[in-house]
Design a protein around this ligand. Structure first.
Ligand SMILES: Cc1cc2nc3c(=O)[nH]c(=O)nc-3n(C[C@H](O)[C@H](O)[C@H](O)COP(=O)(O)O)c2cc1C
Length: 152
């Protein structure tokens, strides 16, 4: 989809009908790697793709998603949180551009079992993901949804 149309079509999808393919996952991971991180320190971040039912069943607030991707970093400051945001946002756009359902997720972060995230990394932000029956068409976005002050 054309970029601006896709931006307007993106939405939180919380109902999933099946697992994504490895090809779809690779496209999403490519989008993650196209994101930005503060100071360009990509080595300070990790992506963890969780598709193992035993692990997924322990995660809270994931709406039975068959895939959860967690972004973690060596630190959990503002810089790292913001960087994780760019990564997850890129992934959500790439997922929904492929017709998949996706949603940002912080609810699961505190329930990730030990040894799932690499040692020394703290989970910052996640995305739930799966096939969906929802469709994506440009939404009517109001310019006043987020109050804006223009200083000029
Ligand atoms: C930082 C952040 C954390 C979020 N965490 C969750 C979450 O844990 N669970 C959830 O269902 N949605 C979560 N969301 C999704 C928002 O609730 C959703 O994007 C918002 O209500 C706007 O809806 P829209 O994405 O359809 O425009 C989160 C979004 C952001 C940006």
């Amino acid at each position: 989809m054309e970029t601006f149309e896709m931006i307007k079509s993106r939405k939180a999808v919380r109902q999933y009908t099946g697992q994504i393919s490895d090809e779809q996952l690779n496209n999403i991971l490519l989008a993650a790697n196209a994101g930005s991180v503060g100071l360009g320190k990509f080595e300070d971040y990790r992506l963890t793709v969780i598709q193992k039912p035993e692990v997924l069943s322990k995660l809270t607030g994931i709406y039975d998603a068959p895939t959860v991707i967690v972004v973690s970093s060596t630190n959990n400051g503002l810089m790292e949180g913001n960087s994780a945001g760019t990564i997850v946002h890129n992934m959500e756009l790439a997922a929904e551009n492929q017709g998949l359902g996706a949603n940002y997720n912080m609810a699961c972060l505190g329930s990730i079992p030990e040894n799932v995230i690499p040692d020394g990394f703290k989970p910052l932000f996640a995305m739930t993901l799966g096939q969906t029956t929802e469709t994506f068409t440009p939404r009517n976005i109001s310019l006043s949804k987020i109050a804006t002050n223009i200083v000029k």
